[in-house]
Design a protein around this ligand. Structure first.
Ligand SMILES: NC(=O)C1=CN([C@@H]2O[C@H](COP(=O)(O)OP(=O)(O)OC[C@H]3O[C@@H](n4cnc5c(N)ncnc54)[C@H](O)[C@@H]3O)[C@@H](O)[C@H]2O)[C@@H](O)CC1
Ligand SMILES: [K+]
Length: 549
């Protein structure tokens, strides 16, 4: 469980805009930003490399401002006692003024008796093999480096690595550890995907102003190592503006999750604390009903009631005597009939949260489909309490009018699709999905569609992204293989419902539930192989996870 404060995620564009506005509008010189960035990187390196004075550092500097950061870091580490070998891309000589000045400053450092500083120019226009051999020759007397600093490419990267960057990056492999400046070279900043071969795997990454999606998504988490953020002085109002942009997000720290959970009206009488209703299951799928109900109870809902077919309700009774079950004669498809909606609304009208969907058996056959579409549609239209729609409940929203009914609801709605269910929802909405790369990011999709549907949207994935109807977006701190188990979706939906029933704001309940699920999975994986995790193992660990906040 992370103890760090909340972390912000900005897209490459949002970061560039904040940089630009800080320099042009606010008036903080870009050289100052670069120097502040470099100081932050050097401080973090010094914090991790015990005695810098005895260390040999290789700085790989690229042709842009990331390279400029690297050149400044080289100067600072040298000043702090390290022997520094700078391998810089000749493009730096034609780069921004701040990068050129940093190259010039290195050149002005006088020879020193105690420490070595080598500036080695990599001529990007010359024959590649010659450059490789020459660089290798120049490094030969240096022996292995304690650290390589990856300042080749930062958020200006586009597409697969082109030479000579890929060959320059290879020189990092000989170092004992690797520090990446801003982002590891070769990672797409907004997706964390590696374009083609090559590129950097860092032991730690020091990033400017805010994290970027590549630190959390795709190959990023494995390629970045520990990520620390350096405040380079971007003014708060410009950071706030960047945070408002679709695609920007926040990763809640433990303190925030604890604050969300504390907002629950805990300890009051069980009816006051909140009744959670679960409309789920079918003759074939009673497990989903049981898991969702158990999770709602375990997360602290005072009183869980459920509605299902006779057979599923009987199975639940056997396992969860404390949960009151309303049972209905199943349709010939073995699923809940649409006619169950009225009695459910009558019985559960006073519930404080209602979950509909797990195991309803939507795919069974057309008969089932019509019945479940009718049942879900009526609950969407008439259930006043916050409604959590998961699994087959989502599949039943397969027509534009169903999604319009969701948008028109007075009460809050939480949708918890996995990517496939999400794709079908978007398709059913009849709205166009922008396919350009800038927009098919999970954070952008979640915030845009949460706003369009007017819902809390939990876009399950690795990691899971949670967005509110105003576009506020959270990203789960990591993923766990243990969560990739059947039924974990039922558990998550049950937890969200159980937390809302206790008075949590639906968005906060969804964020807290995702974190609790991750904590439970991490706890399990600490003692067992993650692949062996069952949904019931997760439920058993919810209470422990809750207790920590
Ligand atoms: N004043 C500023 O704007 C600041 C910028 N910062 C640094 O500046 C970086 C962004 O700098 P830039 O926008 O100059 O971009 P980068 O320095 O990330 O790289 C852009 C350069 O790399 C080349 N390039 C792009 N993709 C490539 C590929 N696939 N293969 C080979 N070469 C490729 C481009 O032609 C361009 O010359 C940040 O990552 C950060 O490190 C920070 O110092 C904060 C302050
Ligand atoms: K880099």
């Amino acid at each position: 469980m992370q103890s760090h404060p909340d972390r912000i995620i900005l897209s490459a564009d949002a970061m560039r805009r904040a940089d630009r506005r800080t320099i042009d509008e606010f008036g903080l010189a870009s050289f100052t930003l670069m120097e502040t960035a470099a100081r932050g990187v050097a401080d973090e390196i010094e914090r991790r490399m015990a005695d810098l004075a005895e260390r040999a550092v290789l700085v790989l500097a690229g042709p842009g401002n990331n390279g400029g950061d690297g050149l400044a870091v080289a100067r600072l580490l040298f000043q702090r006692g390290a022997d520094v070998f700078v391998l810089y891309h000749s493009g730096a000589e034609g780069a921004s003024a701040e990068t050129q000045l940093n190259l010039e400053l290195l050149r002005r450092i006088p020879e020193s008796e105690e420490r070595m500083l080598t500036l080695h120019r990599w001529d990007a226009a010359a024959d590649l093999q010659t450059q490789i051999d020459t660089a290798r020759g120049a490094m030969a007397p240096w022996g292995p480096f304690d650290l390589a600093v990856d300042a080749l490419l930062g958020i200006g990267v586009t597409g697969a690595l082109r030479e000579p960057i890929a060959s320059m990056a290879e020189f990092a492999l000989s170092a004992r550890s690797i520090a990446a400046i801003d982002v590891p070279t070769g990672l797409d900043t907004d997706t964390g995907e590696r374009q083609g071969a090559g590129g950097m795997h860092a032991d730690f990454t020091v990033t400017m102003a805010a994290t970027k999606p590549c630190h959390w998504f795709g190959a990023g988490p494995k390629s970045c190592g520990d990520v620390t953020v350096v405040d380079i002085g971007l003014p708060a109002h410009l950071m706030e503006a960047a945070m408002q942009e679709p695609g920007s997000a926040r990763v809640a720290g433990a303190a925030t999750v604890a604050r969300f959970l504390r907002s629950a009206s805990r300890g009051e009488h069980k009816f006051a604390v909140g009744q959670a209703a679960v409309v789920a299951g079918s003759n074939r799928y009673s497990g989903a009903l049981i898991l969702a109900s158990k999770a709602a109870a375990r997360v602290g809902a005072g009183y869980v009631v459920c509605a299902s077919t006779e057979r599923a309700a009987a199975a639940l009774d056997a396992q969860l005597p404390e949960v009151v079950a309303l049972s209905f004669r199943a349709t010939e498809s073995g699923t809940l009939p649409a006619a169950a909606a009225a009695p459910i609304l009558a019985e559960f009208g006073s519930c404080r949260a209602c979950l509909v969907g797990p195991g309803l058996g939507y795919a069974k056959d057309d008969g089932a489909r019509d019945e479940i579409r009718g049942l879900v549609g009526q609950l969407v239209r008439e259930m006043q309490a916050p409604l959590v729609i998961d699994a087959d409940g989502l599949n039943a929203l397969d027509r534009p009018e169903a999604l319009r009914a969701v948008l028109e609801r007075q009460g809050a709605t939480v949708l918890t699709p996995h990517p496939g269910e999400f794709g079908r929802l978007v398709e059913a909405s009849g709205q166009r999905v922008p396919t350009d790369p800038a927009h098919d990011r999970p954070t952008w999709l979640a915030s845009t569609w949460a706003r369009r549907f007017g819902v809390v949207l939990v876009l399950k994935g690795s990691p899971t992204v949670i967005a509110g109807p105003d576009g506020t977006t959270f990203v789960a701190p990591d993923t766990s293989r243990a969560l990739a188990t059947a039924g974990s979706g039922d558990v998550l939906a049950g937890m969200i419902t159980g937390l809302i029933a206790q008075g949590l704001d639906p968005l906060e309940a969804a964020v807290a539930a995702v974190h609790l699920g991750l904590d439970a999975a991490t706890d399990y994986a600490a003692e067992h192989s993650a692949a062996s995790c069952q949904a019931t193992d997760l439920i058993e660990r919810i209470a422990t996870a809750l207790h920590r906040y």
